[in-house]
Each structure stands twice: as C-alpha cells, then as structure tokens.
Design a protein around this ligand. Structure first.
Ligand SMILES: [Zn+2]
Length: 307
C-alpha cells in the first residue's frame, strides 16, 4: 500500500475511533444522568410517602370537626420535616456527591477524547469539585423554598378555605398526595438535568486549562427544539480564559453560599429576555453567558477549537 493511502486509512480509522470514544462517553453521561434522575425522584417519592403517612396519622388523631388554619400549619410543618431542606439533602447527600464527581470526570473525558488534545492529568481540581458538590447539594435543598413549600401550602390553604371536615380531608389528602408526588417528578428531572449539564461543563473547563486549550466552539444540538438562545450561540468561538472567568465567578459565589450572585453570574435565559445582547462575537459576549448550559434543559456543549 502506498504511503499516502496508508496515511489516509490511518486518519480515517483515527476519526472513527475518536467518534466511538465520544459516543461511549455520551453513553456514560446518559447513564449517570439517569442515575441522578432516579436518585432524586426516588428520594422525593419515598419522602413524600412518609410525609403523607405522617400527615394522615396526625389528622386521624384529631376529632371530626372542621380543618382549621392551625391544623394546616401543623401539617405543613410535618411535611417540611419529611420533604424540606434537611430531609432532601440527607436523602441525596451520598448519591449527589458521587454523581457530581462522576459528571465532572465525564466532562474531562470528553475533552481528552478529542483528537489533537494532549493532556496528562497531574491532578484534578479537587477544590472545584468540592465547591460544585456543595453547590449541587444547595440546589437540592433549595427545592423546598422554590417549589415544594408553595405546592404544599397551596393545597393546604385550599382545604382550609373549602371548609373540609378532618374526615373528608383524610380521604382527599391520600388521593392528592399521589398527584403532588407525580407533579414533583417534573421538577426533579429538570434539576437533575441542570446539575448534570452544569457539572459536566465545569469539568470540561478543568480539562481545557490542563491541556492548555486556548479556544472552544459552541455546539448546539440543532433540531426543531433548539432554543433561540442556542441558535444564536451555535458556532461562536470563545477564548477559554472567558469560560474560566465565568466558572471562577460561579464557584466563588457558590462557595460563599451567595446563590443570588451564583444565579446572576451564570444566567439561565428565558424566552422573554432580550436576545440581541448575544449578537456579538464570542469575545464580546456578556460575562454571564459564556459557558453552556444557557437555559434549563439546554443541550448545547462546548468543544475544543484549534485556530
Ligand atoms: Zn440550549
């Protein structure tokens, strides 16, 4: 075989192997992602079941008169004990720490699998992993304030306003809890997605800096579901130092438990936001919109760019 033919063959093989490696790592990510989703929804289901049992026990102990505002408050406290900040963090502590590190490493592996990337890891940025783990735990605990509390309080207020007797409420509540538990799945799946994509991206940045990559390119998943934000971001070339700056701002805010700032420095775009701010080259993007994900349920990633 001629030298040129051999070279072409080797290059084609290398491309195929690279593709196989990337696919394999996508599978790994998918598997981890399902694991996190399962862990979250299982913790939620178990805790809600216990919460329902505790709330119903409480109601049964009372007499048959009408459900009062004080009863509602007491049941609310019972629920907080079972599905509140402390309970959900306790239920997800182990899985979330392990999976955060696994997502982080997946991000690194995806970069390392890129052809032309030469990286020998001397050490992982353990500090970045630790802060990301704590931030992810915080988002889990935060569910009580942003989602669960409102959901349960609303139901209890409705019961109170409708003048249910406690007996009626026992029947009603047993039924409603199933619906409430199911509605929660949407929230936890969303959060699992958010945690997974963010953590993987933070891992990627670790690999970019270790491999001394200077630029990345934004790669959106283009189909009918692609968001307007990601259509604008697709193809942009961004200096890695800008990603590092955003990551550091996020980790700093997270390590200081300043979650308002953490949200500001890594903006999740909404349909109603002014997208014209993104009509600029990668170097000029707003500091809070450099690394993906750019919104909830975002499928966009960054990839190595050689120039
Ligand atoms: Zn997106």
């Amino acid at each position: 075989m001629s030298n040129l033919k051999t070279q072409i063959l080797i290059q084609a093989l290398a491309r195929r192997l690279t593709r196989a490696r990337v696919l394999k790592s996508e599978d790994a990510w998918e598997k981890l992602y399902r694991e996190l989703q399962d862990a979250m929804t299982r913790a939620w289901d178990d805790n809600m079941r216990n919460a329902a049992a505790a709330a119903l026990d409480h109601l049964r102990e009372l007499d048959q008169s009408h459900f009062t505002e004080e009863d509602a408050q007491l049941i609310h406290e019972t629920l907080e004990n079972r599905v509140g900040v402390v309970a959900m963090i306790a239920a997800l502590y182990g899985p979330l720490l392990n999976l955060t590190e696994a997502f982080y490493r997946t991000g690194i592996q995806e970069v390392v699998a890129t052809r032309g990337v030469d990286v020998s890891f001397r050490h992982l940025d353990q500090n970045a992993i630790n802060i990301t783990q704590r931030a992810n735990l915080y988002w889990v605990g935060n569910s009580w304030n942003t989602y669960t509390d409102k959901l349960l309080r609303q139901s209890l207020t409705d019961y109170f306003k409708q003048g249910y007797s406690r007996q009626q409420l026992i029947e009603r509540l047993a039924n409603d809890f199933a619906g409430l538990t199911e509605r929660g799945h949407h929230y936890w799946n969303l959060l699992a997605d958010h945690i997974a994509t963010r953590t993987r991206e933070i891992g990627r940045i670790d690999a970019y800096t270790s491999a001394q990559i200077k630029y990345i390119q934004i790669r959106a998943h283009l189909d009918a579901r692609t968001s307007d934000v990601c259509r604008k971001m697709h193809g942009k070339i961004i200096p890695v130092e800008r990603l590092v700056a955003q990551r550091d701002a996020y980790l700093k805010a997270a390590s200081e438990r300043d979650m308002e700032t953490a949200k500001q420095v890594w903006h999740m775009w909404k349909e109603s936001d002014d997208l014209s701010q993104l009509d600029v080259p990668g170097e000029k993007l707003p500091t809070n919109t450099v690394m993906p994900p750019y919104h909830f349920r975002c499928r966009t990633i960054s990839v190595v760019y050689f120039r």
